[in-house]
Design a protein around this ligand. Structure first.
Ligand code: GDP
Length: 199
């Protein structure tokens, strides 16, 4: 994998705080603890660009990173944190919806789902929501190093059936799937459309 430069730009609580530049945006969405920060770090070859955490629902802001001076990675707040107060969950919804709807620069959303488990209702809802908003997206199955053999095969089949055959399996521990994910990001940054089944 070639070297990518990446730096943290800002953490935005409101759309007025987004960077003004019109560069393409690649957003990372997923349940808290699904492995978003780890994937962002792995993609750019950094150990600590995005902060990883075991505290679900801690971050309620959008974190912008400038990659190769050409586009943004955006770490969206994790969803599905059952223990968070309703007020926090409601805010997540309105905040993120605005981001998806307003963002003409949104080239791609990588929706991360936990590859160790069968499809979860909240992820299915999230995917339907992206489809209804016509947001270009691909689904990434994370942590697949943690399963092997027939379990892995069954899990990936189930997830593909639910989320589309173009599901992207990934593991930051084994560095699996990084090239494929980069291919999708580059394609999106160039303005090429994602395959029909992913929309
Ligand atoms: P986030 O809340 O979505 O940003 O999730 P993090 O990136 O903080 O990861 C949550 C937990 O999952 C951490 O303990 C990570 O070490 C672990 N994790 C992330 N990616 C992988 C992976 O590919 N394989 C395995 N086995 N664990 C992972």
């Amino acid at each position: 994998m070639r070297f990518h430069s990446a730096r943290f730009l800002c953490s935005a609580g409101e759309s007025e705080q987004y960077p003004a530049s019109k560069l393409p945006r690649i957003a990372f969405a997923g349940r808290s603890n699904v492995g978003k920060s780890s994937l962002i770090n792995a993609l750019v070859g950094s150990k600590a660009l995005a902060r990883t955490s075991n505290t679900p629902g801690r971050t309620q802001r959008l974190n912008f990173f400038l990659v190769d001076e050409k586009f943004y990675f955006i770490d969206l707040p994790g969803y599905g944190f059952a223990r968070a107060p309703k007020r926090v969950r409601d805010r997540w919804g309105s905040f993120t919806e605005k981001f998806f709807q307003d963002s003409g620069q949104l080239a791609l959303v990588l929706l991360l789902v936990d590859g160790r488990h069968s499809p979860m209702p909240i992820d299915i809802q999230m995917r339907s929501w992206l489809q209804s908003l016509a947001v270009p997206h691909r689904v990434v199955a994370t942590k697949i190093d943690a399963i092997s053999g027939s379990v892995r095969k069954t899990r990936l089949e189930e997830l593909s059936e639910q989320f589309g055959s173009d599901l992207l399996p990934s593991s930051v521990k084994k560095r699996e799937g990084m090239d494929q994910i980069w291919k999708e990001i580059n394609r999106a940054v160039r303005g090429e459309r994602t395959p029909p089944e992913a929309r």
